[in-house]
Design a protein around this ligand. Sequence first.
Ligand code: ASP
Length: 617
Amino acid sequence: MYRTHTCGELKIENKGGSVQLAGWVQTVRKFGAITFIDLRDRYGITQLLFGEGLNAQLEANPLGREFVLQATGTVSERSNKNKNIPTGDIEIVVESFSILNKSAVPPFTIQDDTDGGDDLRMKYRYLDLRRNAVKKNLELRYAVNRSARNYLHEQGFYDIETPFLIKSTPEGARDFVVPSRMNPGEFYALPQSPQTFKQLLMVSGYDRYYQVVKCFRDEDLRADRQPEFTQIDCEMAFVQQEDILNMFEGLAKRIFKDVKGIDYTETVERTTWEEAMWNYGNDKPDIRFGMKIANLKFPLHVFPSKKEHLQTSPLGAGGGDGNATGFAVFDSAETVVAISVAGAGEYSRKQTDEITEWVKRPQIGMKGLAFIKCAADGTYKSSMDKFFDAEKLKAIADAAGAQTGDIVLILAGNEERTRKAISELRLEMAKRLGLRKNNEFKLLWVLDFPLFEYDEESNRWVARHHPFTSPKPQDIEVMINNDPTISNAAKYLEHPYAGIKANAYDIVLNGNEIGGGSIRIFQRELQEKMFAALGMSKEEALHKFGFLLGAFEYGAPPHGGIAFGFDRFCAILGGSESIRDFIAFPKNNSGRDVMLDAPSTIDEKQLEELQIKTAVK
Ligand code: ASP
């Protein structure tokens, strides 16, 4: 037996007890003839006191940081108590000790505020993982995992594993591929998700499936993505959208309760994709705060249902159609949008200049910013004084929902960029005003996404979610009765396919998409039509997805599902912006594991066995 107790459990009640501990040396402090050692393990830190009698042994066997130590002694009350740690009332008066293993001097301090930079910590990740801050994240991850499993088990879901070596059918992201030695010249792919397998399990009658599963996508790693990441992947048969939403907001709420002790009793809000874009410029809006967008001018083909709104815009009849305002910036813009920022009406010139610079950054890409300050005395100070009289400025401010003391920030330009920019500006202003609080959680369902997206490069439709997502029942006819070919790329939005809505839903937490799914296509003909709409020939569809089309011929039930981004969910619950902090062994931004130094070249012999020649030397 190495230890009778852990380093986190001894209290004043244990006083007088004879104990044995084992752990890592956190610190060594000498006070005259006495030596204090903080001994650390996963459970905590306990102070060890080495009296004068042990000095000879200590001198012969000097202890250093991260040495693995075993010590036997008696629990005694500390005179100088440490209220910050659970074991702070006691210390162990050591009678004997032995060094179980030595340690080289660690390349950084194993403390919350370590002196180690990112690269160094990743290279020595096994040391980084000893740090309390990292350990807390992994504990939270395990708690989320446990909570999800308990909930899904209670709801009758089976955890069923699906294979990692599968067929390459790239749609969306690029596949990671694995050469097959036994089938030279042929490759497996690692799954981007278990999508088709979980659908096949529905065909097989396992009507509630889940898996906490690795997914692999060979994407360029934009901010905070990992080439392998984990999903809580779920599927159900005999369900409609409503069933799925209820089941999985239940899962999210259960996780809040189990992991954070939060009773999320409110109903989870819902919005359509179109309303989300209209109100927030974003399909994953952060609704912890309002600051909705005022649409002063917008292209009708993007928001066909907003025709009436266009008539009432303060920019003039038709929402500033043509040269309605006389202000060239607005008149020439496709889109004019505004937000009203509460309590910022007294912003100085310097502050408005700074926000203007912010929107002009290449990432945001705006040419400038217009503003109206709604002063306490009822007057309006604006960067557009020359073009608009007070009445007009008031009308614009009113349309933006501004109150006295607010500032209205206005952007104008091309629809896509401007809407994205106002969405970013909204988040930025909320951040500056402290409205994006780590400990406040707000879920939102986003529904009715477009089924298709237009891909400029290949001049064709691509599935916005994935090709197995069903259209809304009322749109099935539109899909069947129209030719998907896009003849006029510039007018793709006017093609009937652009208006087809998907039976798909995303669950958003604090402005992050934490999950998404759909009600699936389950009839062969419609699935074939879908593949054709995506530009796949019959042969190609059969080659890639023949197994699924075949399965649909043998009594496929209606089904649907969802997958949660497990790493992201954990990161948000842990109040962090980075999923890497919640993964034991993450990769860096170039997809490298710097600890393993992977990927790496392989032996000539291995290549030969695989019958592969590389062009890279
Ligand atoms: N497999 C999908 C994804 O990875 C999720 C789903 O539709 O259930 O995004």
